[in-house]
Design a binder for this molecule. Structure first.
Ligand SMILES: Cc1ncc(COP(=O)(O)OP(=O)(O)O)c(N)n1
Ligand SMILES: Cc1ncsc1CCOP(=O)(O)O
Ligand SMILES: [Mg+2]
Length: 205
């Protein structure tokens, strides 16, 4: 089964928590709580609700951006981008027991995160998406193939999660580039039934 990371999002129909609940019900085993514009207290409140639900579903819970909150709440890990706390600093705070993911858009980003001790890479965006503002350049299939071949050449062995505007139909081609997992948000939340859509995505791949 494909390694699927669901990225929470608030829509007209669903709250952040509800979005994660539906992905878990559909069988997703890895949730990233991403609440971009929310105050820290609100992120904490939702994370506290989500932690036991993820445990019940035997799913990993990582928070976007908030290293100190990850430590305080003892969730599984954090995802960090270029504008967030540097990965080596987060590692000093969290130690080895927590998962730290890093965003990459180029091979240079990959090398930097590898040296800093990231556990996995979120590489993207695959294509344009409205879920994130200030997107880095779109990679397409060629971008993944190129970064993954450079990683192989440099003997950098880190799990890669593709992200950004990905739909169910894209997944087989993306996986063929050598990517290990897929991160999705909008394609699940736009579906008429997000629980069934998550099941379909997991069973297709
Ligand atoms: C799996 C994954 N990959 C990339 C990102 C993007 O992180 P970042 O660049 O820090 O941007 P924000 O998500 O914080 O807006 C991600 N969150 N997850
Ligand atoms: C957080 C993030 N980082 C790069 S694209 C993206 C959004 C992913 O959501 P979607 O699957 O709706 O494009
Ligand atoms: Mg970030």
């Amino acid at each position: 089964m494909i390694s699927l990371q669901f990225i929470t999002h608030q829509t007209e129909r669903y709250s952040y928590f509800e979005s994660a609940r539906m992905a878990l019900e559909g069988g997703c085993k890895w949730i990233q709580l991403r609440m971009k514009e929310a105050p820290l207290e609100e992120v904490e409140q939702v994370a506290l609700q989500l932690k036991p639900l993820c445990k019940e579903h035997e799913a990993i819970l990582v928070l976007d951006d908030h290293v100190e909150l990850v430590k305080k709440l003892e969730v599984d890990g954090v995802h960090l981008g270029k504008k967030d706390m540097p990965i080596d600093q987060a590692r000093q705070i969290l130690g080895e027991a927590f998962i730290i993911g890093g965003t990459a858009n180029t091979f240079e980003d990959v090398v930097q995160h590898y040296r800093a001790g990231a556990d996995y890479l979120g590489i993207g965006p695959f294509r344009f998406t409205t879920t994130k503002k200030n997107l880095s350049p779109v990679l397409g299939l060629e971008g993944y193939a190129s970064i993954l071949s450079q990683m192989k050449e440099a003997d950098i062995n880190l799990p890669v999660v593709a992200i950004g505007g990905i739909t169910n139909e894209d997944i087989p081609d993306i996986l063929r580039t050598g990517v290990n997992g897929i991160a999705l948000s909008g394609t699940i939340l736009r579906a008429e039934n997000p629980v069934e859509e998550t099941r379909k995505i997991l069973s297709n791949s």
